[in-house]
Design a protein around this ligand. Sequence first.
Ligand code: 4NP
Length: 152
Amino acid sequence: MGTPCVLFVCLGNICRSPLAEAALRVEADKAGVDIVVDSAGTGDWHVGDAPDPRAQAVARRHGIDIGGYAGRQVTAEDFHRFTHIFALDAENLKNLRRIRPSDGTAELRLLMDMVPGREGTGVVDPYYGDDAGFDRAWDDVIRAAKATVAGL
Ligand code: 4NP
């Protein structure tokens, strides 16, 4: 089997999907498995931007520097480049279904579907909230990352 290539997609690509990317990098490293990981946004407002400082802070507290990540928008081509595309919530999943080319090969699903008991739920957007929202988002993405490393 080839190396899994995993793309996480949220709205802005500055809060949730960079955290999901970081969490999977951490868990894949720990497990010693080779996974290609990236993240993108359905929106284009933050193309080229570093992650939100609050997302950078929570990642740093968990041992990973995401200051060098740069926002980008998801493309139809991503459905050929990646083996798995995970939407951070239902709204982004809906938009990804629209973007998906008919011959796209990536498996598209909701991220929290990987976590038993959390199927069908989204990672809540912490952008307009407080720091605790970023801790909750980290908690969600690390659980999903562990399940992904175990289950891919
Ligand atoms: P994210 O959060 O989708 O988790 O990156 C957001 C970041 C920015 C915006 C919305 C959500 N925004 O509207 O700019």
